[in-house]
Design a protein around this ligand. Structure first.
Ligand SMILES: [Zn+2]
Length: 588
């Protein structure tokens, strides 16, 4: 077709678990923004020489805290982290990552590091309804990454009192659809179902069947209602769940009971490393990774991301207010933010250092690796650190080396607490990941779990979102920095430089520099729902102000890369500009 622009990546090794069990030497063609089959003879084609390189679809991180309320609270709590980074001491002990100024760096830097590692999608897993606008604004600052978020439900007063009153499943369906659409989110996340709200009422740890002290409903009731709603309204990603009892010895029983409670429904379990603990051994704390993997094998509709712990300083930030409050004495440095977040949930921010000599931290490290290695299908276990909770995302290349290099893994294991070395079965697992396994865990698998059928693969017709890595002597070297990253067929990262959209000169219709990933819920009427009055009583604001229109989202997303306007030269002009701005806001 005239107007098409052809490009070929020549001489590389193509790695795509959706097509080949091992990388193959072949050329990869782009036709404009899509991957294509070989063009007709004589078609003009620009050539990229990828000799000695590995070629993969761009990476997809479906659980990384990169924008929104908690992230900004963490920046506020840790203004000194940039100084620690500058001195070097803070990061030297960390696991091999480099050049991140803080575990919660500014959005631009976050985006740059993801792009550098060859990623194209980052999903913020915890969008509180009351901070959805701020989250979208921040996500739009991640250059050339497509981003979206999961709306946090399951601890908010309106839903709990409706469930307590015996509302119908249809009511829950309508509520979930309206909330996801109104906040322009992609999916639904539940954090410690019912437990955060119960903690605010003075209750300690909650398991799946603990009745809420005010409403009487259990985590099980909340989960079944929300998972059913997600399926019935047809969200592309299943319920994204942070189970009850995060980090508690013996919590495997709750995790297995949760899987059983939702049997037959799609489900994604987040950062399962923190939810796979037994109570065996002299310390009363042990790995239950084998039991979790057995349950996953019996329930093929369940996917997981690991939330790997790696040693060094980081900051934990979680919507699980109850967990964070309980562990606030472990903060390092010793300071914490706990926030009740209106009547919609809560969050806690707690700086944390994972230490080699610690039995608990060492065991957590082994549990995460066990989950990767025991799970036969890498396209159901996704490579995450629950950034920044287990470690900053820039540790991914180090984690990839731990998975692919048995000697390296064993050397690291020998530095752990002696009781961990006695107790853990990790070194009996001789499996090593190869490039195809890594691609399944970081591209193809997450794309399928998100229902993003147009990416995560090199098949013809997929988006030409592709990363090209010079093959190093180990996985850490290979995946630390891509040579080129393509988005929609255009180079956006070129040997250390990020190209702005104008330089990238997208062909055909110009896509935005970042694409918001929003659930397809066109059927949701813009009319105000029947619970409008109750909403106003609970939250003291109108529900109309809650809704983010498509136009508003577009405005938030599209203007972020425009040049910064010249500031007004006089105070008079400045106040006039402010007045205009206020007028514009009113009109909208
Ligand atoms: Zn998380």
């Amino acid at each position: 077709m005239s107007g098409d622009r052809w490009r070929v990546i020549r001489g590389g090794l193509l790695c795509d678990p959706s097509q080949w069990p091992q990388p193959i030497a072949a050329d990869l063609y782009f036709c404009s923004d899509r991957i294509a089959t070989t063009p007709p003879e004589g078609t003009p084609c620009s050539v990229i020489d990828a000799t000695g390189c590995l070629v993969m679809a761009s990476g997809i991180d479906l659980h990384t805290h990169v924008g929104g309320g908690k992230v900004n609270l963490a920046r506020w709590l840790l203004p000194e982290s940039a100084r620690w980074s500058g001195s070097g001491a803070w990061w030297k002990e960390s696991a091999g990552h480099h050049r991140l100024t803080s575990p919660v760096p500014p959005a631009w830097e976050t985006g740059r590091r993801y792009l550098e590692m060859g990623y194209g999608v980052a999903m913020e897993p915890a969008v509180a309804p009351c901070s959805a606008r701020q989250t979208h604004l921040e996500l739009s600052d991640l250059p050339h990454l497509d981003t979206g978020g999961y709306l946090v439900l399951g601890n908010e007063t309106l839903l709990l009192e409706q469930l307590a009153g015996g509302c119908s499943q249809q009511w829950v369906d309508d509520y979930v659809a309206w909330m996801v659409a109104a906040h322009q989110c992609y999916g639904v996340k539940v954090v410690n179902p019912g437990g955060v709200s119960a903690w605010k009422e003075g209750q300690g740890s909650t398991s799946l069947d603990t009745p809420h002290p005010r409403y009487g409903v259990t985590g099980r009731t909340i989960l079944v209602a929300l998972a059913s709603a997600v399926d019935r309204i047809g969200l592309p990603h299943p319920l994204h769940l942070h189970c009850n009892q995060l980090g508690v010895p013996g919590n495997i029983e709750t995790t297995l009971a949760t899987i059983a409670a939702l049997e037959g429904k799609r489900l994604h379990l987040a950062h399962v490393q923190f939810h796979a603990y037994g109570k065996e051994g002299p310390m009363g704390f042990s790995s239950a990774a084998d039991r979790l993997v057995d349950a996953l094998q019996a329930n093929p509709l369940v996917t997981i991301d690991v939330g790997q712990v790696l040693f060094g300083q980081t900051v934990t930030l979680s919507g699980d207010l109850a967990h964070q409050a309980h562990h606030r004495d472990l903060a390092h440095p010793g300071k914490t933010i706990l926030q009740r977040q209106e009547l919609q949930g809560g969050c806690g921010v707690l700086p944390f250092r994972y230490r080699h000599p610690s039995f608990v931290h060492g065991l957590q490290w082994t549990v995460g690796l066990e989950l990767f290695l025991r799970m036969p299908d890498p396209s159901r276990v996704f490579l995450t650190t629950d950034h920044p909770n287990g470690a900053p995302f820039t540790t991914y290349p180090h984690l990839m080396r731990l998975l692919t290099d048995l000697d390296f893994r064993e050397a690291a294991f020998r530095t752990l607490h002696p009781e961990v070395q006695r107790q853990s079965e990790l070194m009996q697992l001789k499996r090593v990941f190869d490039h195809t396994d890594l691609a399944a865990s970081t591209r193809w698998g997450p794309a399928m779990a998100l229902g993003l059928t147009d990416r995560g693969t090199l098949q013809p017709g997929a988006l030409a979102d592709v990363a090209v890595y010079p093959i190093g002597s180990n996985a850490q070297e290979t995946y630390r920095e891509a040579r080129w990253v393509f988005r929609r067929g255009q180079i956006v990262y070129d040997r250390g430089s990020i190209l702005p959209p104008s330089s990238a000169s997208y062909s055909g219709t110009q896509p935005p520099a970042t694409q918001p990933l929003v659930a397809p819920l066109d059927q949701v009427a813009p009319a105000l729902p029947s619970w409008e009055a109750r909403w106003r009583e609970i939250y003291h604001r109108t529900i109309a102000s809650e809704r983010i229109s498509g136009d508003e989202l577009q405005e938030m997303r599209s203007s972020r890369w425009e040049p910064v306007p010249t500031p007004p030269s006089s105070p008079k002009e400045s106040s006039a500009a402010h007045a205009r701005h206020r007028q514009d806001r009113k009109a909208n």
